[in-house]
Design a protein around this ligand. Sequence first.
Ligand SMILES: *[C@@H]1O[C@H](CO)[C@@H](O)[C@H](O)[C@H]1NC(C)=O
Ligand SMILES: *[C@@H]1O[C@H](CO)[C@@H](O)[C@H](O)[C@H]1NC(C)=O
Ligand SMILES: *[C@@H]1O[C@H](CO)[C@@H](O)[C@H](O)[C@H]1NC(C)=O
Ligand SMILES: *[C@@H]1O[C@H](CO)[C@@H](O)[C@H](O)[C@H]1NC(C)=O
Length: 632
Amino acid sequence: MIIFVFLSLFAVTVNCIFYDSYTGNVISKDEVKQHDKANNTFWCVGEFEPCDPNEGRRVDGSCNNLQHPTRGASHTPFVRVLPAVYDKDFEPKTTKSGNAMPTPRYLRTSLWSVGKVSSQLFTQLAIHDFVFMSADVVSLHDTVKYILWKPYCCTAKGKTDRDCVQNKIPDDDPVHRFSDIRCLNMTRPESFQSTGCVKNGTVPERIVSSTPLIDLSMIYGSVLKSLLANGRLFKGGLLKYENSNGRIWPPSTKSQANLCFLNDKPRETRCHATPDIGSNTLASVNLMSIWFWRHHNFIAEQLAKINPCWDDNTLFNTARDINIAVALQIYLYELLPLFLGRDNLVRDGVLSPSFGYRDAYNPEILPQVSLEYPFVLRWLHSVQEGTLKMYDTKGYYLKQYPIVNLTLRTGFFDVDNNIDYITQGAFRQGSANIDHTADPDIVDIGLGPHQRASDLMTNDISKNRYFGFQPYVKYHEFCFGKTIKKWGDLEGVIDPERIEILKDLYEDVEDMDLLAGIWVERRIKGGFVPPTFYCLVVEQLVRNIVSDRHWYESSKRPNAFSLQQLFEIRKASIARILCDVGDKVTEIQPQAFLRPHSRNRISRCENIPGIDFTAWKDFKCNEQYTWQLVNE
Ligand SMILES: *[C@@H]1O[C@H](CO)[C@@H](O)[C@H](O)[C@H]1NC(C)=O
Ligand SMILES: *[C@@H]1O[C@H](CO)[C@@H](O)[C@H](O)[C@H]1NC(C)=O
Ligand SMILES: *[C@@H]1O[C@H](CO)[C@@H](O)[C@H](O)[C@H]1NC(C)=O
Ligand SMILES: *[C@@H]1O[C@H](CO)[C@@H](O)[C@H](O)[C@H]1NC(C)=O
């Protein structure tokens, strides 16, 4: 046993090459030892096997770009669309005139009304998918840090800890004038500098804690070892699963059960936190992860039926490849067009105008994610509905639960048939409307019982500043080529009554925070989102398409889909996924990101088209099978 462990360790280390996570350069064993001594190897060093150009997408994201093997892997730097701006010592910048910027909480309460207005168009499911797809590239790391690891940021000790950020609440705050709370906890973003990988005194560069490309990190993790140890069943290409109360679940962690901090024990015991911890974060992510976890096994089972000669590895790798392609197909072609506008996205190269292959790979563009992309997705906090409504299979309303109380709590889904009712609610309940109203839970108790008070959107503005984003007007200029020098230049971009509020908040139009501008912009033509949000999301998605050597629409990637297979991937829809793996879903509307209406009627699952897996039929299996029969 000991010999076996020794040999396998040896086998792993002998092949591996060490890289500096920040620069991507190869480093020596001695340099690794120095990091071991400083206890920052985890963040600063990447260890990868040599690249094989014919290998498929690696779980850890390495070797996506053969010239720059670490780019695409976790713990690598973000790119910035525009260079950072900071005050001295990399503190958030002041106003042009050198005064303090308006406090984040005051900005939030001035720019947003609080209340509940439901969208008549979009469903909760649409927001679940947005949140799920952002969780693919970012993690809750920075939030867990101030909840658990530095739980003193609002105390006197917090003043002396550089990691801490105290978000002040003004005395005349509309909510907290009635409470004694004057500070909201936050920590600075973890960076290559704060972890000691790069010297202090340089622009703080945030670390991508997951893999930067969209590859279902929530399901497969970002570390091969974890997937092998905690994810794979090594039978039939399946992921490990458990059966409980007649339902199939991702495995529940045994060793780290306390990661589900809000599980209401002893009733709620399930804790889905494998292979990494990506499937145990926000309720939307946790829910979607259950479905995509099951969906992997659903695909593997279909493939195994069609190709009885395939071994576990072939089934697993093909199922994973299809699962990732389906997630991307649904995000790009089903979800985004509804919000960003199909014509806009075709014009700007996010959507392929044809059903066939798209070969856009350009090895000069590195597989990275911009710091702006996951940041601007935070605008969606304003479209988050705080109440999860639950329905029976016939659409009768049963009960509701605050979504903020379900963070780091997967046990809730497995009691009282909750997952059945939440699934029904996901495609029946509206999201919050896209307007100037934010949900009270999101802005007052955004982290539920994890904090006394928490305003996710106040934190968003604060993070905007700690990330060192240039002012809104600079991004506006980058996106639309128009220079804004005075408030009047915003005419047509922002409604006059909003400009009036902004003028009270900011000394100068050039002081306006990026996110504040996005919050108040008029929506884009042909879509429902703010134009600068659109621009920065599209900027990244195009980078994904051209920089990902394993992009699913490509004909040249290793193990590329055949054209027939790609046509089948194009049929994927979120409605079909819920029919295939959702709990007790027998009927649903075909466009499940949109609320049911006369042209999107709830109908039986048999009528919802899906992938025909016979496109993956391997005729070698037939030969072998016939050969076996003949020889028996
Ligand atoms: C090294 O860092 C880990 C967390 O990254 C911490 O748990 C551990 O205590 C540290 N060890 C030393 C010797 O500082
Ligand atoms: C400098 O870097 C160390 C990590 O090596 C960090 O702990 C410390 O807080 C940093 N100091 C400043 C002023 O940034
Ligand atoms: C949700 O959490 C809050 C604390 O943030 C608590 O007061 C409330 O009772 C919880 N709601 C439910 C339904 O458990
Ligand atoms: C800040 O964090 C501490 C420790 O978790 C907590 O006691 C305090 O209530 C938090 N502040 C707010 C406003 O939630």
